[in-house]
Design a protein around this ligand. Structure first.
Ligand code: AMP
Length: 218
């Protein structure tokens, strides 16, 4: 299965992709996670991407397409993958289409998670991430057992710098301007399903399974 999850920051793409990855046994490929790791490790990619990320802007398409080409060529992505946070521009979607065509494979579905701007701002202000393992928490709906510490590894929970309110406003603007057009792009290829992203993680997951035709699987 080859799937794209579309949606604004805070729509729940990462959480849902994690669940799907576990259920369907295919890797979740998050360009945001890959870039944050590159920034932490101060690689060439990280150094070039950091300035854009801190401002809530998009990293240039060429860098992202190179990164994705390398990642989808890994053995674990041969049978399928879930793309979270990619593509973000029409140029990226066209680049992906060419890469897949060259491999003789195609996307099965593009799921757009729809949530209001108010929900996004609310969720991101409550989002904390483990600095060690990357697990994501919401202080209201998925709080850790012990305040400030990760349930899995005990690492310290921190807020992403780009989840600060001013940067969130910019990220939403960039989403509307550059990523929303992808809905039309994928609609014209009959790949797009819109899913209501409001509600609990379980409710949204059930809607996604239905949208991709997997609802009858146990
Ligand atoms: P995310 O974790 O998906 O919200 O991404 C965090 C930041 O990484 C974004 O605000 C962008 O600066 C950058 N980024 C992630 N994915 C992409 C992409 N596909 N294209 C361009 N920039 C990206």
């Amino acid at each position: 299965m080859r799937l794209v999850l579309l949606g604004p920051p805070g729509a729940g793409k990462g959480t849902q992709a994690e669940l799907m990855s576990r259920e369907f046994g295919i890797p979740k490929i998050s360009t945001g996670d890959i870039l944050r790791e590159a920034v932490r490790n101060e690689t060439d990619l990280g150094i070039r991407a950091k300035g854009y990320m801190d401002k809530g802007e998009l990293v240039p398409d060429e860098l992202i397409l190179d990164l994705i080409e390398e990642r989808i060529s890994s053995g674990d992505a041969e049978e399928g993958f879930l793309l979270d946070g990619f593509p973000r521009t029409v140029a990226q979607a066209e680049g992906l289409e060419k890469m897949l065509e060259a491999r003789g494979v195609f996307l099965d579905s593009v799921v757009s998670l729809d949530v209001s701007d108010a929900t996004v701002v609310d969720r991101l202000s409550q989002r904390y991430v483990c600095g060690s393992c990357g697990r994501v928490y919401n202080l209201v709906s998925q709080a850790p057992a012990e305040q400030g510490a990760c349930d899995d590894c005990g690492g310290r929970l921190e807020q992403r710098t780009d989840d600060e309110p001013e940067t969130v406003v910019e990220r939403l603007r960039v989403y509307d301007e550059q990523t929303q057009p992808l809905r039309g792009f994928y609609q014209s290829r009959s790949l797009l399903s819109s899913v209501d992203g409001n509600g609990s993680t379980e409710e949204v997951y059930a809607r996604i399974r239905k949208a991709i035709g997997e609802e009858s699987r146990p």
